[in-house]
Design a protein around this ligand. Structure first.
Ligand SMILES: Nc1ncnc2c1ncn2[C@@H]1O[C@H](COP(=O)(O)OP(=O)(O)OP(=O)(O)O)[C@@H](O)[C@H]1O
Ligand SMILES: [Mg+2]
Length: 255
């Protein structure tokens, strides 16, 4: 059965697209038939994170009724399927985000997972995506504004009857100014599946137009994303989490 998982946050820039692309890459790595879909209709950029060429048909065409979702599905070399959104302002005209639910139903059946990269904020665009999904994976950063916005997203999902898959705590710097995992869990009310460090490699991967899982598969950030994917999929996976630096490398040898 296809699982429709919306990656959502409330606050912008916390790492939704990064999580969507890497979770998609990791689920594909584990053999799951996976589609990632760019439901950030106003500011789409999932295609840049994965490295797909400009594609003739996009989610905007599908939402306008001008194409079937399968016509807007690009197959990446890795096997991951990507439904990009249109990049021009023209694409926004006559696009109906409320059609997303019907469009997703057309995608249900064959794939194991459809991951929906959602827009920031809690406007129509993102609320439609939450309502159209079976589950919401919350992405947040360890600070009060991001967690407060994440909590609002959780409330909207609960009202819509959409399950919460869990929380990914992204851009963690491990400093005293941050909320810790327990604080985040007690505010949001759901388990933090993984914390992902704030790491320059993630930006390097984006510059290379690749998920970090493709750019540097053995990096500890990639391993953390694989562990999230394994948890979401219900697989056993022991991540090789080697921190940076000499000490981390030594410890890893004895792990
Ligand atoms: N763990 C991380 N470490 C370092 N940089 C990161 C990390 N996660 C994301 N970033 C960077 O933060 C920026 C925003 O990430 P991303 O586009 O995934 O956020 P978003 O929540 O999808 O944003 P938007 O709300 O605009 O859609 C990007 O430059 C990305 O490379
Ligand atoms: Mg995004």
């Amino acid at each position: 059965m296809t699982r429709l998982i919306c990656v959502s946050s409330g606050k912008g820039g916390v790492g939704k697209t990064t999580v969507t692309s890497n979770l998609g890459a990791a689920l594909t790595h584990f053999g799951a038939d996976t589609v990632v879909l760019d439901a950030n209709l106003t500011n789409p950029n999932l295609g840049f994170h994965i490295g797909i060429p400009l594609y003739p048909k996009t989610l905007h065409d599908v939402l306008k009724g001008d194409a079937h979702i399968t016509e807007a599905m690009y197959i990446h070399d890795s096997g991951l399927r990507v439904v990009p959104a249109g990049l021009s302002v023209e694409d926004l005209k006559d696009t109906s985000p409320e059609n997303l639910s019907d469009v997703l139903l057309d995608a249900v059946g064959e794939p194991d997972f459809v991951l929906i990269d959602s827009a920031a904020g809690l406007g129509n665009e993102s609320v439609n995506a939450i309502e159209a999904s079976d589950e919401v994976l919350i992405v947040t950063n360890p600070n009060l504004p991001a967690v407060t916005d994440a909590l609002k997203t959780v409330n909207i999902a609960e009202e819509a009857g959409t399950d919460i898959t869990g929380v990914v705590l992204n851009k963690v710097r491990n400093n005293d100014a941050e909320l810790n995992q327990e604080e985040v869990e007690s505010m949001i009310g759901y388990e933090v599946l993984m914390h992902i460090p704030d790491h320059q490699k993630v930006d390097e991967a984006l510059a290379a137009k690749k998920p970090i899982i493709h750019h540097d598969p053995d990096h500890h950030v990639s391993e953390r994303f694989k562990k999230v994917a394994a948890d979401v999929h219900g697989l056993d996976y022991e991540p090789r989490i080697r921190e940076d630096g000499f000490l981390g490398k030594i410890l890893d040898r004895f792990r």
